[in-house]
Design a binder for this molecule. Structure first.
Ligand SMILES: [Ca+2]
Length: 162
């Protein structure tokens, strides 16, 4: 019985960790939250790896590939465009239609990724394309809109803590 209390404390700590309770972003992550909102912690990785390898890299940092919903996409794009070291880089993010061709979802929670503006290139509906040959989501310069891509391309990546 004497182990009950420490186990309960450990279990509570695990629960808190899984809920996500970041007061601020850990080292290596940048906070993209709106003012007075909970941190939205993103990290840019420059390993130039496939979508799956990049995702594993994100998971090794206790995160996953980024979920660029709403104005977070715009804020990340703005950030990339103002960093010379990111010039001509391409980035994997956490979308895919590999489970069901044509149904694009965020892999972190299986929620739908809306088509068209303001996220997909070039705002007139040509992306996503490539059918079952292009099942993974990335950002390409110069606009950093969403593109459906072959997952084996070597690219940088955007990780996020959830
Ligand atoms: Ca596809």
């Amino acid at each position: 019985m004497k182990w009950t209390a420490p186990l309960a404390v450990a279990a509570a700590a695990l629960c808190l960790a899984s809920i996500q309770a970041y007061d601020e972003c850990p080292e290596g992550f940048i906070d993209f939250a709106d003012v007075n909102m909970s941190p939205v912690c993103m990290s840019f990785v420059h390993e130039n790896t496939s979508w799956h390898e990049t995702r594993n890299h994100c998971k090794s940092m206790n995160g996953d590939l980024g979920q660029l919903t709403g104005n977070l996409h715009q804020k990340v794009t703005h950030f990339i465009k103002h960093r010379p070291e990111f010039e001509n880089k391409t980035f994997w993010i956490g979308g895919s239609d590999v489970t069901m061709e044509g149904r694009w979802v965020w892999v972190i929670d299986d929620t739908d990724i809306p088509r068209g503006t303001p996220h997909w290139f070039p705002c007139n509906g040509s992306e996503p394309d490539g059918g079952s040959f292009q099942n993974y989501l990335g950002l390409l310069p110069p606009g950093y809109y969403f593109h459906s891509l072959n997952g084996y391309g070597f690219r940088s990546g955007i990780c996020q803590l959830f």
